[in-house]
Design a protein around this ligand. Structure first.
Ligand code: PEP
Ligand code: MG
Length: 753
C-alpha cells in the first residue's frame, strides 16, 4: 500500500465491497486477506481467531500453505502471533526470526519469511484474533501501513460479532465455559449472592464499520459529541456525591478531552477514510490504547485511560446506548459490575432485582459503599484486573463475606453456595425474629442498642431491627451530596423528616464532621499533609461559625416540641466544647426571642474521638449531658494508625489491653459523674467487640442496622457475671491482642459470637 492520501479510502472501498457482499463469512475473510496482501505488497496475510478461550486458530491465509487452515493452532502467548494476542498490542518486526518468541509451525511453510507485522483483532476492547502480514525480505512496515492493518483488523471483528465465522461453540469452548474463574477483592458490604453479570456501563459492539457517506457520518459524530458533552455537564451539575473532590477533577479533565479539537479531527479523518463514526472513534481509541501500553509515565497513562473511557462513552452515544444498565430491563437476579459508580447511580437500580454489586475500584469508606450497606446489597470492590472483561450474562457467585467472586461456577460449587446463601437467609431471618425481643443478658442486664445512620433509609433499618433509637446520625452525608451549602430550610425539613420517621425514638444528631476523608465541594480547603489530623469537624465549625450556626438553627427548628439530641465531633479540649455549646446557646436564645417553637428539651453531648480528651474528663463530664465514643477515630489516634490504610488493617487490635484499659477508664469516669455513655464506632458492631465492651461496663452501643441482630443474639446468650471477671483478667496482660483468648472463652461458654 502506498501512503498516498487516497490509498486508505481505496482500501476501505474494496473492503466495504467485500464485507457487504453476499459471500459467506469464510469466503469474505479469504477475500480480505487476499486484498490486504496485494495492497501491502506482502507475500503473506493470515487471520487467526481465538477459539476455546485461549487457542488461536488459523482461519484464512494468503501465502501460507492452504492445508494449514483450521489445522494450525497455537495458544495465546505462544509464538509471535500468540504474543500479540496476549499483549493486545501490535508487533512490527523487520527481523522476526531473531525475536526470542519466534516459533514457526512447519505445516505453514512460514520459515522463509523474515519480516512480520501483526495486529490484534479487537472486539469491544477484547482480543478475538490476530491479523498478520509477512515478507521474505527484511522490511520495515511504515506507521501508515500499521494503521491500515489495524483498521482492517477492526473491521474483521464484525465477522465475530455477527457469529457467522465462529458458529457453534466447539469442545474447547465448552471446556472454557466450564472452567471457573475466580476474582478476589475487598468486602465493602457483607452478603452472599448468586446471579447474572450485568455491566453497569455496557460496552457497545460495533456492528457496522464501513460507510462511504462521509457527510452523514460526520453529522452523526457531531451529534454524538453534543450528547457526550451534555451528559458530562449533567453529571457535573447533578446533586450527587460522586461529583466532588477527586471525581470532580477527573470529570474536568474529561470535559477538556471531550472538547479537544485534535481528537475530533483525528476521528473525522478516520471517517474520511471510509469508516462509520463509531468505527472511526474506535480506530483512534485503538491507536490511543497502543500508546497507553507503551508509556511508562503514570500520569500520561491515567490521562490516556480517561480518554479510553471517554471514547467508550462516545461510541455508546453514537450507538444510542448511552445510559447505565439501571435503565434497561434487568434480569431478576442481576449482579452489576462497574469500574466505579456513585451512590445515586446505585439507588437508580431496581432493588428487587439487584443482588450484588462488584466494583473494579472504589473504597469501603466511599459513599456508594455506605449506601450499599444501608440497602443491604452485598458489594465487593478493589477487585483483580480482568473483571470488566467477563461476558455479560454469565452466572456469578458473589461471596461478600470473604471477598471472592466465582465466574461460571460448576454445579457442585453452585450447589454449595446455594446452601450457604440459604443458611445465611435463615440466619438473617433469625435476627429478624429477635426484632421485638429485648437485648438482655442471661443474667438480666439490659443493653440499649441503637443504630448509626446518615440516610433516611437507616431509619427504616432502625425500625426493622427493633433498635431503640439512632445513637449517631452523621449529618455530613447531606452536605456531601450537595454542590452548594444546603440552605437552612431544606436542612430543617430533612432533619424533621428524620425525627418524624423515627416515630418518637430518640435521634442523636452529630453536627458536621467534614474534612479528613469527608469532603464537601462548597468549602475550599487547602491540601493537607495529614487530613485526618487536620482542619476538620469541630475545628472547621469553630473557624467558620456560620456553618455551625445554620446547622444548629435547622436542628432547633426541626426539633420543635421534641427533645433535641446533639453532639459535636472531634472535640479535643474542653474549651472547644464550651465554644460550640455557647454557639448553640446563642441560637436557642435567638429562637426564643423570635418566638419560634422550641424543642421540649435539649441534650448536648460530645463525641470522644481524640485521646487527649480522655485526660480532661474530670473537667468535661460536668458540662455534658452525654458522651459518645467514636472508636474508629479514637483508636486510629490512640495507635497512630490510619483507619483507612489497608496495610494497617489488622496490625493493632482494639481488643487488646491498652485499648481496653483506656475504654474502661472512660466507663469508670462516666459512671462516677453519672453521665450516659455510648460507643458508636465499629468495635461495637461485631459480636466479639460488643462482648468485650459490655464486660467492661458499656450499656449502650450504637451500631450499623445490620449489626443489631448479631449483637443482640450474642447479648442474649451471654452470662455477664462470668464474662466480666474474664475480661478483667485480660486487662493486665502484655499481649498485643487478646481477641483469640476472648473468642475461646465465648466458644467455651456458648456465647454466640
Ligand atoms: C468514629 O470515629 O468512631 C465515628 C463513629 O465517627 P466516623 O466514623 O463518622 O468518623
Ligand atoms: Mg469519627
Amino acid at each position: 500500500m502506498t501512503p498516498t492520501k487516497n490509498a486508505p479510502r481505496q482500501l476501505m472501498r474494496q473492503l466495504h465491497e467485500i464485507m457487504a457482499s453476499a459471500d459467506d463469512a469464510e469466503k469474505r475473510l479469504n477475500r480480505v486477506v487476499h486484498l490486504v496482501a496485494s495492497n501491502m505488497v506482502a507475500e503473506v496475510c493470515s487471520a487467526y481467531f481465538i477459539r476455546g478461550g485461549d487457542i488461536l486458530e488459523l482461519f484464512a491465509t494468503e501465502g501460507l500453505n492452504a492445508e494449514a487452515v483450521h489445522q494450525t493452532r497455537l495458544r495465546v502467548g505462544e509464538g509471535l502471533v500468540g504474543l500479540v494476542a496476549s499483549m493486545g498490542t501490535s508487533l512490527n518486526l523487520s527481523d522476526a526470526q531473531s525475536h526470542p518468541k519466534f516459533a514457526y509451525r512447519p505445516e505453514t511453510g512460514e520459515e522463509i519469511y523474515k519480516s512480520l507485522m501483526a495486529v490484534p483483532i479487537l472486539r469491544a476492547g477484547r482480543v478475538v484474533g490476530v491479523l498478520v502480514v509477512q515478507n521474505k525480505i527484511s522490511r520495515h512496515y511504515s506507521e501508515e501501513e500499521e494503521e491500515a492493518l489495524q483498521t482492517v483488523a477492526m473491521v474483521l471483528a464484525e465477522l465475530v460479532v455477527s457469529g457467522d465465522l465462529i458458529t457453534s461453540p466447539d469442545e474447547d469452548d465448552a471446556l472454557d465455559k466450564a472452567a471457573i474463574t475466580r476474582y478476589s477483592g475487598k468486602v465493602f458490604a457483607e452478603g452472599l449472592a448468586e446471579g447474572v453479570a450485568v455491566m453497569h456501563e455496557p460496552r457497545a459492539e460495533i456492528i457496522q464499520h464501513l460507510s462511504e457517506d462521509y457527510d452523514h457520518q460526520k453529522e452523526r459524530l457531531a451529534t454524538g459529541f453534543d450528547n457526550l458533552n451534555k451528559q458530562l455537564d449533567e453529571i457535573m451539575s447533578a446533586e450527587d456525591i460522586i461529583h466532588h473532590g477527586e471525581h470532580r477533577e477527573i470529570l474536568d479533565v474529561y470535559k477538556l478531552f471531550a472538547r479537544d479539537k485534535g481528537w475530533r479531527i483525528k476521528i473525522e479523518n478516520a471517517i474520511e477514510s471510509g469508516l462509520t463514526a463509531e468505527a472511526a472513534v474506535e480506530k483512534i481509541q485503538i491507536e490511543n490504547r497502543f500508546r497507553m501500553m507503551k508509556t511508562d509515565d503514570p500520569y500520561l497513562r491515567e490521562r490516556l485511560s480517561d480518554l479510553d473511557d471517554l471514547a467508550n462513552r462516545l461510541i455508546r452515544h453514537l450507538m444510542g446506548k448511552a445510559g447505565t444498565a439501571a435503565e434497561k430491563t434487568l434480569p431478576d437476579d442481576a449482579i452489576v459490575i462497574a469500574e466505579n459508580m456513585g451512590p445515586a447511580e446505585l439507588l437508580d437500580y431496581d432493588r428487587d432485582k439487584l443482588q450484588a454489586v462488584i466494583l473494579q475500584n472504589g473504597a469501603s469508606t466511599s459513599h456508594v459503599a455506605i449506601v450499599a450497606r444501608a440497602l443491604g446489597v452485598p458489594m465487593i470492590g478493589q477487585v483483580d484486573k480482568g473483571l470488566l472483561d467477563i461476558d455479560e450474562g454469565v452466572r456469578l457467585i458473589v461471596h461478600g463475606l470473604d471477598g471472592e467472586i466465582f465466574v461460571s461456577p460448576p454445579p457442585e460449587i453452585l450447589e454449595s453456595y446455594r446452601n450457604a446463601i440459604a443458611d445465611r437467609a435463615e440466619l438473617l431471618a433469625s435476627y429478624e425474629g429477635l426484632r421485638d425481643r429485648r437485648a438482655v443478658t442471661k443474667d438480666g442486664v439490659e443493653i440499649d442498642l441503637v443504630v448509626n445512620g446518615g440516610l433516611a433509609i437507616d431509619i427504616e433499618g432502625m425500625h426493622r431491627t427493633g433498635a431503640s433509637g439512632v445513637g449517631l446520625f452523621r449529618t455530613e452525608f447531606q452536605f456531601m451530596i450537595s454542590e452548594t451549602l444546603p440552605r437552612i430550610k431544606p436542612q430543617a425539613e430533612f432533619y424533621k423528616s428524620i425525627i418524624e420517621e423515627a416515630r418518637g425514638k430518640p435521634v442523636t444528631f452529630r453536627t458536621l464532621d467534614i474534612g479528613g476523608d469527608k469532603d464537601v465541594s462548597f468549602l475550599k480547603r487547602e491540601k493537607e499533609d495529614n487530613p485526618a489530623l487536620g482542619w476538620r469537624a469541630i475545628r472547621i465549625a469553630l473557624d467558620r461559625p456560620a456553618l455551625l450556626r445554620y446547622q444548629l438553627r435547622a436542628l432547633i427548628t426541626a426539633s420543635a416540641g421534641t427533645t433535641l439530641h446533639v453532639m459535636f465531633p472531634m472535640i479535643t479540649n474542653v474549651a472547644e466544647f464550651q465554644k460550640a455549646r455557647s454557639i448553640l446557646d446563642k441560637e436557642l436564645e435567638r429562637h426564643r426571642i423570635n418566638n419560634r417553637a422550641m424543642p421540649s428539651d435539649i441534650k448536648v453531648g460530645t463525641m470522644l474521638e481524640v485521646p487527649s480528651l480522655v485526660w480532661q474528663l474530670d473537667h468535661l463530664l460536668p458540662l455534658v449531658d452525654f458522651i459518645s465514643i467514636g472508636s474508629n477515630d479514637l483508636m486510629q489516634f490512640f495507635y497512630a494508625g490510619d483507619r483507612n490504610n489497608p496495610k494497617l488493617n489488622n496490625r493493632y487490635d482494639t481488643i487488646a489491653p491498652p485499648a481496653l484499659n483506656m475504654l474502661k477508664f472512660i466507663v469508670e469516669k462516666c459512671d462516677h459523674y453519672n453521665v450516659p455513655l455510648t460507643l458508636c464506632g465499629e468495635i461495637g458492631g461485631k459480636a466479639i467487640g460488643a462482648l468485650a465492651l459490655i464486660a467492661l461496663g458499656f450499656r449502650r452501643l450504637s451500631v450499623a442496622p445490620a449489626a443489631i441482630g448479631p449483637v443482640k443474639m450474642m447479648i442474649r446468650s451471654l452470662d455477664l457475671s462470668m464474662a466480666e471477671p474474664f475480661v478483667e483478667g485480660l486487662l493486665s496482660r502484655s499481649d498485643h491482642s487478646v481477641r483469640a483468648a476472648l473468642e475461646d472463652f465465648a466458644r467455651a461458654n456458648n456465647i454466640k459470637i
